[in-house]
Design a protein around this ligand. Structure first.
Ligand code: ATP
Ligand code: MG
Length: 286
């Protein structure tokens, strides 16, 4: 039986979330897998390969792995023949240019004739070319943020999420060149059997992700405001409304998006809703 080979990061910022997603998708595999190179799904036809994230696009392009979970930044940098088939919403960051705080930023022309340290020479090279800028790219593999402080470069191009690393190195972010999040990449030439396994897997990933963003909500609503309350709670299809034993009241069940949640709760209370319960959802299939 054919198995879908999934490459994930062995150790680092993506590895825990990638494994969590696989596990929450109901795929059991030998647990003590992190020390190994490979683990095998027990109840789903997959093999998990543990690799350095830099290598994942190449392995997928070469069909050593069928799919990979990797930062979009690595996909953009490595520029291999792979397709992004799903966005996963974690490990969000941006690739930005930063300069010393003490310098005045005059726009992209600032970078002309300067030295920029980065681990992403290809993405930076494309940005410079597209903007008709000529700067010297210094490729270094780690601790890019210290380069200006030690006189190795005038500016850096690196991953930024909160910006605290920049601040502690007296740098400021001046241009966001690209945004990134974890994505699933696939080789464009996979067998039909593997395509089917991939579809099943992505379906599970989507169900896990949707459930995380949504909550099940139950509340008691005065019938006089029922229409208004139902309008605030569209639900998956439409909310469930059941009569309460007490006359003039109904129980309303629905699903709310986490991001809209606090906003909705305030409005529901204004409309006289009571006994509001909000419950996590484990899986959600729309
Ligand atoms: P490896 O040893 O596998 O090569 P690495 O050191 O290159 O690992 P990590 O630091 O573990 O990589 O980061 C992996 C990915 O996580 C990055 O490519 C990026 O997509 C994302 N990432 C990195 N830093 C952050 C951050 N501060 N916030 C959010 N996501 C980040
Ligand atoms: Mg890496």
């Amino acid at each position: 039986m054919e198995k879908l080979k999934i490459a994930i990061q062995k150790e680092g910022r993506l590895s825990e979330k990638s494994l969590e997603l696989i596990q929450e998708s109901g795929i059991r595999h030998n647990q003590d897998s992190r020390r190994k190179l490979i683990s095998i799904g027990e109840n789903f036809p997959v093999e998990i390969l543990y690799l350095r994230d830099d290598d994942i696009p190449q392995y997928v392009a070469d069909a050593v792995a069928d799919i990979g979970i990797v930062g979009e930044n690595e996909v953009l940098e490595k520029n291999r023949n792979v397709e992004i088939v799903e966005r996963l919403g974690f490990a969000r960051c941006r690739l930005s240019l930063a300069i010393p705080q003490s310098h005045e930023y005059t726009g992209p022309a600032y970078f002309n004739g300067r030295r920029i340290a980065t681990s992403y020479p290809n993405i930076l090279g494309r940005y410079l070319k597209n903007n008709h800028l000529s700067a010297e790219i210094h490729e270094i593999s780690g601790s890019v943020e210290i380069a200006p402080g030690i006189g190795l470069a005038d500016a850096i191009f690196d991953i930024v999420s909160t910006g605290s690393t920049l601040i502690s190195n007296r740098l400021k972010e001046v241009e966001v060149v690209a945004k990134s999040e974890a994505v699933v990449i696939a080789s464009p030439n996979t067998s039909e059997v593997k395509k089917k396994i991939l579809q099943d897997l992505l379906f599970r990933f989507q169900a896990v992700r949707k459930s995380k963003n949504n909550k099940y909500i139950l509340l008691n609503a005065p019938n006089d405001n029922l229409d208004k309350i139902v309008k605030l709670l569209p639900g998956m299809k439409s909310p469930t409304v059941l009569p309460l034993y007490e006359k003039g009241w109904s129980s309303v069940h629905s699903v709310v998006n986490e991001n809209e949640f606090w906003d909705i709760i305030g409005k529901l209370k204004e409309l006289g809703a009571q006994g509001i319960l909000v419950i996590p959802i484990e899986k959600m299939i729309v």
